[in-house]
Ligand binder design. Sequence first.
Ligand code: NAP
Length: 248
Amino acid sequence: MVNLEGKTALVTGAGQGIGRDIALTLASAGADIASLDVNLEGAEATAALVRTKGRKSVALAGDVSNAADVDRCVAEALAGREQIHFLVNNAGITRDNLLLRMTDAEWESVVSVNLTGTFNVTRAVSRSMIKRRFGRIVNISSVIGIMGNAGQCNYAASKAGIIGFTKAVAKELAGRNINVNAIAPGFIETAMTRALPEERREAMRRLIPLGRFGSGEDVARVVLFLCSDLGGYVTGQVIHCDGGMVMA
Ligand code: NAP
């Protein structure tokens, strides 16, 4: 039912975690993949896994918060192709601290990577989508951007910002047949969350009606839906993928 053959996806932060699972899930459905990550080794490992699925794959080293890096990577991803059909803005970081202890560097790095990075890559990739009058953009937000969390004001602001950005760009690009949506994952098992102390993990688990943490594949399957024809009439939405943690 889902066939992405002949299409190309650019996934940021694809070197590990949720981004790698998104890249592999889209590749399994037939898409060629450009894996962009600040860590080239991770991006290359993902690209090699994509190739084992018989898909074309390129690894791109770049920092999404740096507009020049992004323009170079997008040009590389576009080499020899008509367009990038799917963009998944997944790269993200945390630098947690309480408000009064938060340094300028902690605030700025999180907002730069998570929010400005999403803007940089969307601006660069949407040019080819607009020309070809087709595109699907999926931005990875977080339940924290909806409900907030003590010790994460920088992260919450960046992820809430992604939601406003998603809705504005969805309205702007709808006339060009480009759908723009956000996913708000809950607690997903990755390096980012494995680093948390066990008592905090347990407290989080108690907040999840489905009683388990999510996997990268859980998020990747929602991305697949939004990129496929099945999601063709969905734009400007925030899809929660959180085991029922937040019910709006
Ligand atoms: P992760 O395991 O830390 O992976 C993030 C990837 O992004 C890493 O490969 C990282 O590279 C890369 N990256 C970091 N900064 C970058 C930059 N400036 N430019 C390009 N790539 C960069 O994180 P994850 O848990 O998979 O999270 C993926 C996304 O989901 C993030 O946006 C996160 O906020 C969101 N999310 C995660 C959860 C969760 O529970 N895990 C929940 C809600 C939302 P290095 O680490 O090698 O530097």
